[in-house]
Design a protein around this ligand. Sequence first.
Ligand code: FES
Ligand code: FES
Length: 164
Amino acid sequence: MKVELDINAETRTVEVEPRTSLLDCLRDKLQLNGAHAGCEHGVCGACTVLIDGTAVRSCLMFAVQADGYAITTIEGLSPGPGELSILQDAFCETHGMQCGYCTPAMILAAHSLLLKNAAPTREEIVDAISGNICRCTGYAQIVEAIALAAERMRGQNQPQDATP
Ligand code: FES
Ligand code: FES
């Protein structure tokens, strides 16, 4: 069956089986491979995308259920080709990633938080990423990245100009 999906502000028409998950549709039909397949049963959070700004596990949703909603994947957060968003840049700066497997999902969960809460507490940041498992970092650098990005989005703690 055909489904029309609004992904990263573009309408994409895709042929799927009724049972095709949104995760498989994104990865296999649309080559949006930033949504990672981990457990594929709702536990690890690696497949997180945003549906109308809310973090959702794309392995638990059928592609047809996403019709009519605005879907954002990690590919949609970059301001332009080869550019990083403030949040993505903060993850690099604070070493908020190691293998990177959890990173797109972590960034989307954080992005969803910052859309709703410009000045989250540490507890609110931890809560926002509590559904996303990272086996590498120990989480501290991820929390630091999100806190730094929140400050920068509020105009504080801007990066130092590298040029003398
Ligand atoms: S792959 Fe979806 S929650 Fe693990
Ligand atoms: S950086 Fe490896 S799983 Fe998070």
